[in-house]
Design a protein around this ligand. Structure first.
Ligand code: MEV
Length: 316
């Protein structure tokens, strides 16, 4: 393998799931969009294929990053590149930091190996890394990050096994959320595993709830395409109720959901794994004043536009 000659740089976006987390693991659709920030990976020519892990990661995260990197590096022939990571996202906050990292690393490794990092090729390699991070993820996180679009995602059984299918959902209106962190986050593996046990014990009851979420996701994506943000917000609120029924919410998450609704959110729910705490999203027509007020009150939060027309020159 020839060494990389130029410095390489690649980005992987964080993500939020607007609707459909958890049920997506069981083959139902999810609607998810990219955040404007995520993880940047930089590669410089080196004598071997190496990863410099971020100092902010804890020992377990560092171990996993190295394992995932080695798995992907082997698959592209170990290009001679030293990669450093700059996360702009809180790690393990339910905002797809591992997927963003996997996508940024995949893009740099593919470039270093002289291959084009198309969204499909990137997603294929990032999927290998995501399996090290999460065991059996649905694939929605890294697909959203690799596509960098609002997508309707579904796992389907193909001839060669389970594959992820994504299609873009276009919004004629700016679709912006406020993301606020609440409580102490539960690891995705824990909430996914506990739900798996409950659904194995009472399969028919949980299948009904997953199917309800699936129908909401379909309705929500139609609402987005029609520019009906009020309809989308209502679907998000109902989805939050069903996530509670699935045993995935908590007082810290519910408090933040009600706080955002009290501030005028068209819809609010937790996003990602749920459990004791994590990220909550609120759909707002004007997110700026909400972020300013929450920040003054000491809440860690930010706004992000997930889809729709942007004011000229705006990347947020
Ligand atoms: C995590 O961001 C989303 C979950 O649905 C897990 C997955 O899809 O793999 C909870």
């Amino acid at each position: 393998m020839t060494p990389a000659t130029n410095p390489l740089v690649a980005f992987g976006a964080g993500k939020v799931i607007l609707l459909g987390e958890h049920s997506v693991v069981y083959g139902y659709p999810a609607l998810a969009g990219p955040l404007s920030f995520g993880v940047t990976a930089r590669g410089v020519p080196a004598r071997s294929c190496q990863l410099d892990v971020p100092a902010t990661a804890d020992a377990a995260q560092k171990r996993l990053m190295r394992k995932a990197f080695s798995r992907a590096a082997r698959l592209v022939g170990e290009p001679k590149v030293k990669v450093t990571l700059e996360p702009q996202l809180p790690l393990s906050a339910g905002l797809g930091s591992s997927a963003a990292l996997a996508v940024a690393l995949s893009r740099v490794l593919l470039q270093a190996a002289g291959r084009a990092p198309s969204p499909k090729e990137t997603a294929r390699l990032a999927w290998e890394m995501e399996q090290e991070f999460h065991g059996t993820p649905s694939g929605v996180d890294h697909t959203t990050s690799a596509e960098e679009k609002l997508i309707l995602y579904r796992r389907v059984q193909g001839p060669a096994g389970v594959v992820g299918r994504a299609r873009e959902v276009k919004s004629p209106r700016a679709l912006s959320v406020v993301v606020a962190l609440a409580g102490a986050r539960s690891p995705t593996k824990v909430t996914v595993g506990a739900l798996r046990e409950r659904q194995a014990r009472w399969p028919e009851r949980y299948r009904r709830l997953f199917a309800q979420v699936g129908r909401l996701v379909t309705e929500a994506s139609k609402a987005v395409e029609a520019g009906d943000l009020e309809g989308l917000g209502d679907a998000m609120n109902v989805n939050q109720g069903l996530l509670g029924a699935l045993g995935l919410s908590s007082p810290a998450l519910e408090d933040m959901v009600y706080r955002l609704r009290g501030m005028g959110a068209l819809g609010a729910k937790f996003t990602g794994a749920g459990g004791d705490g994590g990220a909550v999203i609120g759909l707002f027509l004007e997110p700026g004043p909400v972020v300013a007020k929450l920040t003054r009150d000491g809440v860690r939060c930010f706004a992000s536009q997930l889809a729709g027309p942007r004011p000229h020159g705006d990347r947020s």
